[in-house]
Structure formats: C-alpha cells, structure tokens
Design a protein around this ligand. Structure first.
Ligand code: KG4
Ligand code: ZN
Length: 385
C-alpha cells in the first residue's frame, strides 16, 4: 500500500529541480537550482554544459528537497521523473538518477511528460488555494522557452488525455523573448527583464504587422479551406518573423551603440541589477521592448481565445515560463472576463521549470498504479497525448 508523498525530479533543460508534493495538492518542498551563471555568458543554454551542471547539482538538490519536506529517502512513496521532451543529455541525468533511486529503494517509478507537468502546475496551484471545481475540457496554452502549444485536456477519473490543436511552426514564444533580449543587449533569459522594462515604454510606438506574426487561419482562408474544417481548426503560432523585424528595426535606427553599452554590463558573467539595465536603456529601446511584448501578448491571447471559441471551451490554463509575464496575465484575465471564460495560472515559481509540477502530474498515475519499468529511456521529443 502506498501513501501520497511523491519525490519529483526535473532536469529537462537548464534547471535542476527536486520537490516533494503530497497528493498532487500540497507542496512540501520545491528546490530549483538554476544554471543561469553557466549559460549567461553564451546568451542561451549550452546543452553539454547543462548536462554537466545537472550531474553536479542533482544529489544536493534532491537532499535539500527531502530535508525541507521533513522526509528521507525511505519515507517518500514514489519517485517521479521527467522523461521528455527536452535536451537529451539533461533528461538522461534525471532519468538515470531516478531509476537508480527507485531500484535501490524498491519504490514505484513514474514517468511524466514535461508539458503535462506544466499543465498540472495549474491544478496544483488551484488545489493549494483551495479552489472549487474546474469545468472540463480545458484549453491549455503551454508557453515557454522550448514550447508554444495549445492542448485540449480532458479528465476521466484518474486518467488524462491531451489533444494538440496548435503549436509554433518555428520559434517558441519564450525563445523570441530570449532572442530579442539578447540582440538588444539585455542579457539572458530575456523574458523577466523584458517584463520589467516594457511598462516603461510606449507599446504603440513600433508596429509589428501580420507579416511578422502569421495567422494560419487567415492563410487557410486565403487558400480556400473553409471555416470549421480540420485544417482550419489548428491554431499555430510563428515567432521567428517578429525577432527578424526587431533586428531590422535595430539596424535601421542606429541602436547599435546603446546595445554595445548594455552588453558591457553583462561582461564576464556579471548579473546586473534591473535598475542598472533600465538606466542603460533610452526611450527608443523601451518603446521597442514595450511594442514587442504587446505584439507577442496580443498574438498569444488572440489565438488562444479563437481556439477556445472554435472548440467551445469554457476554461483556460496558461502555463510555462512565459506565463509568468505580467502583461500576458492581465491581458488573459481581461479577455477571459469579456468572453465569460475562467482562466487559471500557476504562481510564478510554478510557472517556470520546477519539479513540484512533475510530482503533481504523477499523482493520478500513482492512483492508477501506472508505473514505469526500469527499461524506459529519456525521450527528447516525447509527444503529449
Ligand atoms: O518553462 P521554462 O522555465 O523552461 C522551458 O520549458 O522552456 O521557460 C523559460 C522561458 C524563457 O524563455 C524565459 O525567457 C521565459 O520563459 N520567461 C518569461 C518570463 N519569465 C520567464 N517570459 C516572459 N515574461 C516573463 N516574466
Ligand atoms: Zn518547461
């Protein structure tokens, strides 16, 4: 007979996470070791360095999570680990460690899809707040550095099904935030600093038209695919165009000297305060950042709402690192209120990568005794179904 305490382990990208969660609803600990210092000088995640850092961090992070939770290895009931998607070498560290632990302790092992983890972060938050019934199916926007996906999520007892009805055709939304921040000399990761700077600029200063952010539904109509047919029912995203548009704007508006000044702030892996970064931004830069963020937010909200209307869904989940964005949250809240929809987000620490969401997503599998054998492998391109 098993109890309810799950030790979750997450190593899919550049955060080493371990957490203890009770019954998918109470976070006893949620430890995240960020590899920011390692990757910051490169302006993005370097996969080989990420696996090396996970190897270094995994043991202390798990020990810390158990200690904070007042648990030890013997007193957790199951171990849950992210199987994919993510960086192959990074995933392998968590998967190998979890397998060894489960084998040595004779505990059940549960595999979790990282994207399912992000979706369950919303439910975990909701249960922690003592929230009421959620109306299913749910339309979940998973928006992070690696993913921009729309899923219809349905629950039947303890089993969950997911149908993908949209994804990015090129860059993920978080990747666009990161690339734009990098090219403006604002450091890495870009989302949090753009979030802080955007309210200081004019979001109407620079127009990013539909040529930069393509709307597949319009394209389908142009191609004569009628509304309501399957092809029309997809809600795909595209964010590589807006990054190129920002680059073109920078090149045609003599912004290079300002960028070079800001890059100096980040020299040798320094981590400048946001006040120092702000002081190094002129009005033109602040306006560009605000306009970029507004265009991203309008596109994400617009497509998600269109999908909700088309699929007659009454509940939205917005999750993943970009769901930490202040403007995105308020735009979703406004739009959902106008349309009579319910919208739920995780708290900010549960929005970005963490292991509590992995332990939470594993709980229905624990109840269903859906355990992994020790033969499974990490899967960098694991699909969510
Ligand atoms: O979910 P996450 O931690 O890792 C992935 O699964 O990718 O998401 C990280 C991404 C990065 O691209 C980061 O810039 C973005 O989330 N992000 C944000 C904010 N905080 C993190 N983007 C916009 N606004 C934020 N406040
Ligand atoms: Zn993630």
């Amino acid at each position: 007979m098993t109890g309810d305490f799950i030790l979750g382990i997450e190593t899919s990208c550049d955060e080493t996470g371990a957490a203890v969660v009770r019954a998918g609803e109470q976070v006893l600990s949620n430890v995240v070791f960020s590899q920011y210092v390692t990757h910051q000088p490169f302006g993005g995640v370097v996969p080989e360095l990420a696996s090396r850092e996970h190897l270094r961090a995994i043991l202390p992070v798990v020990r810390e999570a158990l200690k904070e939770a007042g648990k030890d290895y013997a007193s957790v009931d199951a171990i849950a680990v992210t199987q994919g998607p993510g960086l192959a070498g990074s995933l392998l560290v968590g998967v190998s460690y979890a397998k060894a632990l489960a084998w040595a302790l004779s505990k059940p092992l549960i595999t979790v899809n990282h994207l399912e983890g992000h979706i369950h972060a919303v439910l975990l938050e909701h249960r922690q707040q003592g929230g009421g019934e959620i109306c299913f199916p749910v339309l979940a926007l998973v928006v992070s550095g690696g993913h921009t996906h729309l899923y219809l999520a349905e629950r039947k007892g303890d089993s969950w099904t997911y149908q993908n009805i949209g994804h990015t055709r090129d860059d993920a939304a978080g990747e666009a935030f990161d690339k734009v921040a990098k090219l403006l000399g604002l450091g890495y990761p870009g989302g949090p600093i753009i979030d802080r700077l955007a309210p200081l600029g004019d979001p109407r200063a620079v127009k990013f038209g539909l040529t930069q952010i393509k709307h597949p539904s319009r394209e389908n109509r142009k191609r004569g695919i009628p509304k309501g047919e399957l092809a029309q029912d997809r809600f795909d995203f595209s964010y590589s165009g807006i990054k190129t548009a920002v680059l073109r704007y920078v090149e045609t508006h003599q912004m290079k000297p300002g960028i070079a000044e800001r890059q100096k702030l980040f020299a040798a892996g320094a981590r400048p305060q946001s006040d120092a970064i702000r002081a190094a931004c002129d009005r033109q830069t602040l306006d560009l950042v605000a306009s970029f963020q507004r265009a991203m937010v309008e596109d994400l909200v617009g497509k998600t709402l269109a999908a909700a209307r088309a699929r007659e869904v009454e509940t939205l989940f917005v999750t993943g690192g970009v769901a930490a964005n202040t403007e995105l949250r308020s735009a979703f809240e406004r739009a959902a209120a106008e349309e009579g929809l319910a919208v739920y987000f995780p708290s900010r620490p549960l929005s970005t990568d963490n292991a509590a969401m992995i332990a939470a997503a594993a709980y229905p599998k624990l109840l269903a005794r859906d355990f992994a054998d020790l033969e499974f492998s990490a899967d960098a391109s694991l699909q969510l179904k």
